[in-house]
Design a protein around this ligand. Structure first.
Ligand code: APR
Ligand code: ZN
Length: 244
């Protein structure tokens, strides 16, 4: 695939860049996306598994599902797309990385100051007193661990449907969108707000917006540039051109 010369020209002049990533960036690390044909939401009901009501009605099922997803994340390695993004952070005066992903592969690949809008699947906390939980998570008979402080149920530190996004992370993301010259939307279907609204905030404030995705999405038609390819193929190409 060819990267438009015009985009490289704009990027070479850009001082501030922001990037929103979604599950597609981790697809080539073996972590399933949500809405692709073989995605998680085609097999499981998100309301049942990724919501507070779902957890309260069946804590053991939800806990086991997150343990299963955690095991996949622990085995996963960053792919060339993650490494290219980490490298892009050093190619601009300011590069803000905003992710919807909970797998922390951006950090494993060396990215810093990652704004995690949907939390992370690695850490756990008490549902009642909100304390971090560092205790044993794989209990016999797959019981859900209990808080050592108040006995409350332990839950993963992901943001569930219907829950508020981390305030500071979203505020920083909005500011980055408002002040950037170029905003990338990489590996996301653009279906879940408020994250999906960030490229439009950027465009309203004068940024050029770019999609990197092998498939058409609900935000493709609004993009200034659409790079129809995988993140692990497209992003290293961009980095290469910027470095030459
Ligand atoms: N490179 C880039 N994009 C890819 C790749 C790839 N190799 N493979 C798939 N994609 C694209 C798909 O075309 C799709 O548009 O990644 C996107 C994944 O979309 P979703 O599965 O909807 O994931 P995401 O956009 O991150 O979902 C947002 O929804 O369920 C919630 O909390 C969950 O953070 C998630 C949020
Ligand atoms: Zn507690």
């Amino acid at each position: 695939m060819d990267i438009p010369e015009k985009l490289i020209e704009i990027l070479k002049k850009a001082k501030k860049v922001a990037m929103l990533t979604g599950a597609g960036v981790s697809a080539e690390s073996g972590i399933k996306t949500f809405r692709d044909p073989d995605g998680l939401w085609t097999k499981f009901n998100p309301a049942e598994l990724a919501s507070i009501d779902g957890f309260m009605s069946n804590p053991k099922l939800v806990w086991e599902w997150y343990q299963h997803r955690r095991a996949i994340v622990f085995d996963a390695k960053p792919n060339p797309g993650h490494f290219a993004i980490a490298e892009m952070q050093n190619l601009f005066d300011k590069f803000t990385l905003i992710t919807q992903n909970v797998d922390r592969l951006h950090q494993t690949a060396g990215a810093t100051n990652v704004l995690e809008l949907h939390g992370n699947i690695i850490d756990n906390r008490c549902l009642d007193c909100n304390r971090n939980f560092e205790g044993e998570t794989s209990l016999a008979d797959k019981f859900v661990p209990r808080c050592t402080h108040c006995g409350g149920l332990i839950r993963p530190c992901v943001v569930w449907f219907g829950e508020m996004l981390p305030e500071e992370a979203f505020k920083q993301s909005e500011l980055a969108a408002m002040h950037c010259d170029v905003f990338f939307s990489v590996g996301t279907s653009g279906e879940v707000y408020p994250a999906a609204g960030l490229p439009f905030i950027a465009q309203n404030y004068g940024a050029k917006i770019v999609e990197v995705n092998p498939n058409h999405t609900s935000v493709s038609n609004s993009m200034d540039f659409v790079l129809r390819g995988t993140s692990s193929h497209v992003l290293p190409l961009i980095v290469e051109k910027l470095k030459n």
